[in-house]
Structures are given as C-alpha cells and as structure tokens.
Write a new protein. Structure first.
Length: 410
C-alpha cells in the first residue's frame, strides 16, 4: 500500500486513466470488502459503472460527511457533464427531493416534513405494532417461509400505504414494480416498470382527488389544487419517492438485520431479556447493513477538491455510505455489532444521510425496525435460516445490498 496517493492519478479527469475499481458482479457480491480496500488505499478515486460510464467514489467517513453538506455537489441532473446520471425517469417522477437543490429542495421538503416529525410518528406505534404482531404470528404458524415476502415487505408496505392513502388492492403491485425497476432482469424491464408505477400513481391521485381523506396524499393534493404550492409533476414525484424509499429501505433493513441477528444467539437472548437494548442494536444494524451502499449520485457544479482529488465541474460523485459507516477512524471495531456503543443526540452513522438531505422518514424507519425486530425475537424464538447463508441470493445492483428472499424456518 503506498504511503501517499498517486497524485497524477487523483487529479485527472475520469476517463483519462483506467479507474481504480469496476462496480461489477464481484463488487456486487461483496461490496464491503471492496470498499474497505479503497478506503485504505485510495479513499477518493475513479470507478467504472456497469454501463461503462465513470464517476468519482468517496469512501472514508470524513470525506463522505463533508460531501453530503457541500452545496457545490448538486443532486439536479442538469449539472451532469454526461457520465452516469442514475435512473432516466420521466419528468412526472423525476421532480422529487432526490433531484432538487437549494430553495427548490427546501420548499418541497417543508411540504413533506410535518408528516414525518418524530412526535407525529410516535402516534403510529400502536398501529405498527399491531401490523407486525399479526405478520409475525402468521409466520409462526408455518413450518417456514420467506421472511422478506411474508414479513419484511408487508410491514412497511402496509404502514406507508395507509399513511399515504394508497388502496390496499394496489400496494402489492406498486411494490412489485418498484423491485422490477431497481433490479431489472431484462433491458426493457426498467422502462416498463416506470410506466406501470406512473400509471398507478395517477390512478391513486385521481381517486384521492375525488374522495379525499386524512392521508398524506390528500393533503398534498390540497397543496397542489388549492394552494398552488407544488405542480402536478412534483405531486406525483413526491408520492413516488415516499412510497419507494419508505417500503424498500425498511424491507431490506429487516432482511439484512435478521441475517446478522441470526448469527449471534447470545445477542438475541440478551435482547429478549432486556428489550431496552434494542434501540442501540437497531442503530448498529442501520450502520452495518443499511441496503443503500451508495448515496444518491451528485454532480460537481464547479471545480473542487474532495479528499485530495480534483473534481471537475460536471463530474459525477458517488458517496459510499456503507464504507463511511465502517470507517474505523469514526467507529471502533466497525465490522461488529456493539450494543453498548454510545448513542449521541444524532447517531454518528450516515445510514440516513447528513445535512440538508437527511432522510425525512428516519423516525418512522426506526420505529418500524424496533417493533419489527422485537416481534421477531418474541414471537419467533426458534427462527433460523432454512438454507446456508452462502446460498442467500442478493439482487444484482451496485447501488444497494439487499436480499431477493430470506428462506427461514420457525
């Protein structure tokens, strides 16, 4: 390992030299190992993505944390010089918080933030517990099942669906199309899934316009139709983002977290004996196995330095949350669960981001995770993997680290 980074390498525009890493099948199979090597040897470097484009990748906690608050790194794809730009969503789905900056981002965030305030989320606890209890009891009556399909996915699907006002009959279809969009098996799957999601959202919005309720979507429709505080594309995009992120992240945190807990019988018994330790363990699971390997891509609006690398205007920058959350300079013994790790006022990990784009749904996700793991521990004391862990299949995505399924026996 060189003592100093190769300065010629680090100050060249992407494409002028071979990248340090290709985010290919080997990376997807074990991103944590690849990211740890980069964090030690070349913490800000160029990478090649599966589509052949190139980007900068930051892996250490200090650089990732700084980049998340740097206004010169924008989310709006208008600042891209033409390399990797993420999903090619239609305008009706792309006018969301993950493609807005500055005052436009702040305006949309204010519209959504009130519904996810911690004091309001706290009122949902009884309902979330009821849903999780029902799902866990149902799973306990079987010889086995798929924890993702039978528990981890239905829980946030029900909670977010009801919060937004999506009819029960349409929730599963939305979740299926989201999975198809995020991990397409065929070239045409992405565009077909996006069309299906768009059509479903338009249908639900029309329904809520005709019959408004106490749900979030009805409130946002009012902000659109009565107050003119957002346009139609922003309305559809906001609903899309909350549904997608609210379902996918919690689903795969439960799946990934369960795998870690099943490796550690002593920890499971300790949590059953003292459930008050569960919030600390949930923070560790968020740090260790959050499915988002990378934060949403950013684009440099001007030339800048990041971790000693010269980034040029228009370059794509990827921030490895998974690597930052296992950085030993910030997290002693970073690769293991430490239920006694101190919890600061705002957790030191970056699972929910940092700065102006900090996840609006963080309080709801924590609530769902604490209740989900509590129910699994209490209702399914004999829970175990039904296949060797090496046989678990993960979705083929460099952006995320999540399971296709989780076969379990009860």
């Amino acid at each position: 390992m060189p003592d100093q980074p190769n300065q010629q390498n680090r100050h060249c525009r992407p494409g002028s030299l071979e990248p340090d890493l290709t985010l290919d099948a080997d990376f997807i199979a074990d991103p944590h190992a690849a990211l740890a090597r980069l964090r030690e040897s070349e913490p800000v470097c160029r990478v090649r993505l599966p589509d052949g484009s190139q980007a900068w990748l930051a892996t250490c906690d200090a650089d990732v944390r700084a980049a998340l608050t740097d206004a010169r790194l924008a989310l709006n794809k208008a600042h891209s010089a033409g390399d990797y730009a993420g999903f090619a969503l239609p305008p009706a789905l792309d006018a969301n918080l993950l493609n807005r900056d500055g005052t436009e981002h702040a305006r949309l965030r204010r519209l959504a933030a009130g519904a996810f305030a911690p004091h309001r989320i706290g009122t949902l606890g009884e309902h979330v517990r009821s849903v999780a209890d029902s799902l866990a009891r149902d799973l306990a009556t079987r010889v086995g099942g798929d924890l993702i399909a039978d528990f981890a996915a239905p829980l946030p699907l029900t909670v977010i669906g009801e919060l937004l006002g999506v009819p029960q009959s349409q929730r599963a279809h939305f979740a299926a199309q989201t999975r198809r969009m995020l991990a397409p098996e065929r070239r045409e799957d992405l565009s077909l899934a996006v069309k299906e999601i768009h059509a479903l959202l338009l249908e639900v919005i029309a329904l809520r316009r005709d019959a408004p309720g106490e749900d979030l979507l009805s409130a946002w429709i009012g902000a659109r139709d009565r107050d003119d505080r957002l346009d139609e594309n922003e309305l559809v995009s906001l609903a899309f983002l909350v549904l997608w992120a609210g379902i996918e992240n919690v689903t795969h945190l439960i799946g990934n977290g369960t795998v870690l807990l099943l490796r550690d019988p002593e920890l499971r018994e300790a949590l059953r004996a003292d459930p008050a330790r569960l919030p600390g363990v949930v923070e560790e699971l968020l740090r260790l196995v959050h499915p988002n390997t990378l934060a949403i891509r950013r684009f440099a609006t001007t030339d800048l330095d990041l971790g000693g690398a010269r980034i040029h205007a228009g370059d794509t920058v990827l921030l490895a949350l998974a690597a930052a959350n296992r950085d030993p300079s910030s997290h002693p013994h970073p690769d293991r669960i430490d239920p006694h790790r101190p919890l600061p006022a705002r957790p030191a990990h970056l699972a929910f981001g940092h700065g102006p784009h900090y996840c609006l749904g963080a309080a709801l996700a924590r609530l769902e995770l604490e209740i989900a793991f509590d129910m699994l521990l209490r209702r399914l004391p004999g829970l175990r993997l039904a296949v060797p862990e090496t046989e678990l299949r993960r979705r083929a995505s460099f952006r995320s680290f999540d399971l296709e399924s989780l076969p379990v026996a009860t």
